[in-house]
Unconditional design. Structure first.
Length: 198
């Protein structure tokens, strides 16, 4: 697991690359109405995403992984409805956050919607697909953290969430949602686990 220190440092196991979650970013979530529970979730997702990113040994933008994961639920400062991704992206643009971070906020709903799904959910019709490995790691980490923090697995054995990911998503509908979403999440899981040698 990537080392997460009290000041929210995340260090690659080799020690050669380090990305630090900035207190200013955490404060920005708080200043924009994100609850302490949601901030805790966002921090956990950022930590999990960075841990996975470092374990892949791929050349990645670790700052994007950390910040994209941290800000993915910014819109929950205004609503917990399905529109929170769209609203978060709008808030991020107003705050001057980088566009890739705004995009991941908008696209994290169900892991990257198709146009047909966007229509069905009443969201703007556009391309929500995930184009980078960094985006897929963030979305994968978000789903893993839900599984871990909702006591589906033992929190002291977080790797269990990865080991049982397919079983959990196939058997607990709230995680897999529907066949399209399930297929998408399983694809991310398999791709990322292949980078991890599993």
């Amino acid at each position: 697991m990537a080392e997460i220190k009290k000041d929210h440092n995340s260090a690659q196991s080799s020690g050669s690359t380090k990305y630090t979650i900035a207190q200013a970013d955490i404060d920005l979530l708080r200043a924009n109405g994100v609850s302490e529970d949601d901030i805790a979730h966002c921090l956990k997702v950022a930590e999990k995403a960075l841990e996975i990113a470092y374990r892949t040994s791929q050349v990645l933008d670790f700052e994007f992984v950390g910040r994209g994961a941290l800000f993915h639920d910014l819109g929950k400062g205004k609503t917990h409805a399905i529109e929170h991704g769209k609203i978060g992206a709008e808030m991020g643009r107003a705050l001057g956050l980088p566009e890739p971070i705004n995009a991941v906020m908008e696209k994290h709903i169900r892991g990257g919607l198709t146009e047909a799904e966007a229509i069905e959910l009443g969201l703007p019709v556009k391309d929500y697909t995930l184009h980078t490995l960094e985006e897929r790691i963030i979305i994968y980490a978000d789903r893993l953290v839900d599984i871990i923090t909702e006591d589906i697995v033992h929190t002291d054995e977080e790797i269990e969430a990865e080991e049982r990911f397919e079983e959990i998503l196939r058997t607990i509908p709230k995680y897999g949602k529907n066949d399209i979403t399930l297929s998408r999440y399983l694809g991310y899981h398999r791709e990322i686990q292949a980078f991890l040698g599993n």
